[in-house]
Design a protein around this ligand. Structure first.
Ligand code: DX5
Ligand code: ZN
Length: 227
């Protein structure tokens, strides 16, 4: 994985057909997705449950590019090795998931993956200040984590701007997760974000048997972000 700040669209398979993850991953990549965003939820850190490392390992062979695994689980540390072995390129953990996020970032890199740290909407940018020399990605949650299809929280745009200034020249991606569509994408892109996660705005209107709408949706977000 080489570093660049061009806009990358990362469809979240939370909005895909759960009985068809392999075909859905192949379809979104064929339709122009840059990364595949994989949402892991435990029913404890967030009020919803998705799947774990076995599912990540099963879908890995169906993804040619970057598998971006977003852990909405607590605790995190006991599961890092399993997600790294499942083939995650990036493992992102929440700053709110426990008292030792610094150790968690060390453990992710130690397991051979890129390390991401995510911030819930109520968490200030300053929470990651002392992590910036040990992370590859900062994920700004623009909804409260747990569900797809929620409304974008506009106050987070200012947080993105602050993070962009804090990051300076460091090779760290700023990822946006939640409520991204062609209307909100330009707000976060101009504030300094480069990775745009989108679930409902990518998968709406399409399916594995009719994937062209995925491509049109991805292009619409990318074009809006670049404008
Ligand atoms: C929310 C997840 C997101 C979600 C985004 O907890 O982390 O990745 O799937 O969904 P949309 O794009 O529908 O807001
Ligand atoms: Zn996510």
């Amino acid at each position: 994985m080489s570093f660049d700040r061009s806009i990358k669209i990362a469809p979240s398979i939370l909005s895909a057909d759960f009985a068809n993850f392999g075909a859905e991953c192949r379809a979104i990549e064929a339709q122009g997705a840059d990364w595949v965003h994989v949402d892991v939820m435990d029913g404890h850190f967030v009020p919803n449950i998705t799947f774990g490392p076995a599912t990540c390992a099963a879908i890995r062979p169906h993804i040619k590019g970057v598998m971006d695994v977003h852990l909405m689980i607590a605790p995190v540390d006991p599961y890092i090795e399993a997600f790294a072995k499942a083939g995650a390129d990036i493992i992102t953990a929440h700053v709110e998931a426990g008292p030792h996020i610094h150790r968690t970032m060390q453990a992710i890199r130690g397991a051979g993956a890129k390390a991401g740290v995510a911030l819930n909407p109520a968490t200030p940018a300053a929470a990651v200040e002392y992590l910036l020399d040990m992370v590859d990605l900062v994920c700004v949650m623009t909804v409260n984590p747990g569900f797809g299809g929620q409304k974008f929280i506009h106050s987070q745009v200012d947080k993105v701007r602050q993070l962009r200034a804090m990051i300076g020249d460091r090779p760290i991606h700023i990822e946006i997760d939640g409520g991204v569509d062609p209307t909100t994408a330009p707000l976060v892109a101009s504030a300094g974000a480069d990775v745009l996660v989108a679930g409902s705005a990518v998968f709406r209107g399409g399916s594995v048997s009719d994937p062209a709408p995925y491509g049109a949706n991805i292009r619409a977000i990318r074009d809006a972000a670049r404008a």
